[in-house]
Design a protein around this ligand. Structure first.
Ligand SMILES: [Zn+2]
Length: 332
């Protein structure tokens, strides 16, 4: 159970300490400490994170150095402390996996990724500087979004029964290893004919069809330049225009470029019966991949009842992804 000493992860807002290790939420117990490394001029050079174990409250043990340290330690700023301790922010391991994926989707260069990680650290630092009036180490950082609902569970015992219809289950669902991810996503794929305006009497049909054919006849590198403009897809209209071929949407969905938060989606799945890989019978043609992609690209898909039903773990992943994007988009 959580209590008033519970430490909360700085990325997702879920608890790190005070939580028993049970199968469904083991990932809450696997944590790292982030710390900013400064060069001899005091300039922030790199952010590193180390595996750690929570010893209760803000106390942690770093495995690699066998050190006991305090996270979010206000002595970092105290004028009365001569040897200032390093500043550590705790996060779940899984949340850093997601943060790395978000950062990689924003910038493919190593230099750019290091810069974004520094920005993430600086935003956490800015949030943390809002210490309480007594200057105590805060066990949770205040986030204007309220961690998209998780914040209210920081105010009570954090149990699966909390909230409307066990809402806390969402926040404690493993956001990285998601059982039957492929099947859950592809279950929302509909036949193309039922939605494609080019198959009915839409007066725009010749125009859309003509444009689509004109684009299809362009050299591949020109098509790539056009499609680069729509990736990654973010909160598009839910009315597909069908200008690009279904094969484009199909390939882009599985390449990870269109919807980076689905980095591990695949066209095959391991069969539970015999452990072999099985393919899905839905191929590129004849299915409305464009509508599926646009639905999956809705920012609010992690909220209950929005767009369509997706597994809790995927909703939690999208929520954490959004939180990291909020951090990266925060100006200092
Ligand atoms: Zn977390």
């Amino acid at each position: 159970m959580t209590d008033d000493r519970t430490m909360f992860g700085t990325i997702c807002g879920g608890p790190i300490s005070g939580f028993e290790r049970i199968k469904t939420r083991n990932w809450f117990c696997d944590c790292v400490l982030l710390t900013g490394k400064r060069n001899h001029n005091g300039i922030l050079s790199d952010i590193r994170y180390v595996d750690a174990e929570n010893l209760g409250g803000t106390n942690f043990f770093i495995h690699s150095t066998s050190e006991a340290v305090v996270a979010c330690n206000p002595n970092v700023w105290s004028p009365f402390v001569k040897d200032k301790p390093p500043l550590y922010f705790p996060s779940h391991v899984k949340c850093m996996v997601i943060a790395e994926e978000v950062i990689a989707s924003h910038d493919s260069s190593e230099r750019g990724q290091r810069s974004l990680m520094r920005h993430l650290w600086q935003v956490l630092e800015a949030r943390w500087k809002q210490l309480d009036p007594l200057g105590r180490a805060p066990h949770k950082l205040h986030v204007s979004s309220g961690y998209y609902g998780a914040y209210k569970f920081q105010e009570m015992d954090w149990t699966p029964e909390n909230g409307k219809e066990g809402e806390a289950k969402l926040f404690e669902s493993n956001p990285v290893e998601i059982p039957s991810l492929n099947r859950a996503v592809l279950s929302h794929l509909n036949p193309l004919l039922s939605a494609n305006p080019s198959s009915n009497d839409d007066p725009d049909e010749p125009t859309i069809k003509g444009l689509s054919q004109a684009i299809s006849s362009l050299p591949p590198e020109i098509i790539a330049n056009i499609t680069d403009q729509v990736t990654p897809l973010n909160n598009p209209s839910l009315t597909p225009n069908y200008i690009l071929e279904p094969s484009y949407w199909h390939a882009s969905l599985f390449s990870g470029t269109l919807l980076p938060y689905l980095w591990d989606i695949s066209e095959t799945e391991i069969s539970e019966e015999d452990g072999t890989a099985v393919g899905f019978d839905k191929t590129a043609d004849g299915w409305d991949w464009e509508l599926l992609a646009e639905q999956l690209a809705q920012t609010s898909i992690h909220e209950r009842g929005k767009v369509f039903h997706i597994p809790l773990g995927l909703r939690n992943r999208r929520r954490i992804w959004r939180l990291v994007e909020d951090i990266l988009g925060t100006e200092l």
